[in-house]
Design a protein around this ligand. Sequence first.
Ligand code: ZN
Length: 197
Amino acid sequence: MISNLLSKKLKKYIAITFIVFISSLSLFNVKAFAVGEPTWNYTWGFAKGYSLAVKSRYWQYGTMDWTSAISATQSEYSASPANASIRVSSSNNYNDCKIRLKSAEWTQYSWWGITDEATDVSGAYTVDLNSYTVSKSFSSSSLEWYKKKITVHEVGHAFGFNHATSPDYVMCQGYINVNYLTSYENQMLVDRYGRYN
Ligand SMILES: [Zn+2]
């Protein structure tokens, strides 16, 4: 009788321990899967406001046309639940634009895109899209896919994203798995800029 009772208690104990063990494993796994997510650079980005629509302008110097990638990037940020979007204008007013997108052929470098913060008081970011390196890196079938990835990624820097190390985030460098803002990145944007409504 006592041994039966003990054995029941032991079974219960073992069962509970097992559940706790499995739960801690899955917790551990969740953490492990989240490794490599992007982080914020709080010295970059824009002030949180009621209507954060960042004016952008695209200048094309060279043969590669980035217009469709930029248009897809504008749609990507517009579709985000966050109050963070870009409006690509055809205006020539340089000072008006908070993100200045420019494509050219920088043959001496090995990068696809780079974003710099303006040193003047404009608070603007300059995104350079390296047509030469990009044209050398991809077959025509993946070229448009990567042009969008590069543009979404660089605009992400302007909004303040640091790099991710997991290729499952658009903020990861190099050859990666997504060319759009993931739900994780969208949630980060919502946390920082608020929800669009
Ligand atoms: Zn980057």
